[in-house]
Design a protein around this ligand. Sequence first.
Ligand SMILES: [Fe+2]
Ligand SMILES: [Fe+2]
Length: 164
Amino acid sequence: MRNRRKIYRTLHKYGEDILRSDSFQQSREYVQHGTFSVWKHSLNVAETSLKMSWALPFRFSEKELVRGALLHDYFLYDWHEKRVGVREIKEFYKMHGFTHPAIAARNARRDFKIGKLENEIICKHMWPLTIMPPMCREAWVVTMADKYCSLLETFHLVKGDLCG
Ligand SMILES: [Fe+2]
Ligand SMILES: [Fe+2]
């Protein structure tokens, strides 16, 4: 309970502008994994990143960690949306994994004040698809937290509702 309060306080301390923005709230409408919206997934990743950073014996820039984690999937479209034909849909699914970090980073730079560290976190969170590995601890933590949360969400190992 104390930990939950600490997580809530830390997320709001560093990410209040993001959490309150219409554009971030809009990601409640986009499906990420299973029944999880991009909004809920992003909160899960931010929360897990904080917990991991608190458990590790290293120093982390908490502000950048929170902001990068919240915005790591800030691509602002529904990647499950059926587009044209079956072939195009398959291609799009494949492409999304490679392209969405750069799209999310561009949107984040446009809508919020983010620095080099947040940019690195967002751009590298799909490693090893990015080939170039993360260059800072914060980006490594978010990359790992993202994979962990995605696994739990995809296989329904945690509860979560769209628009929750
Ligand atoms: Fe992602
Ligand atoms: Fe993600």
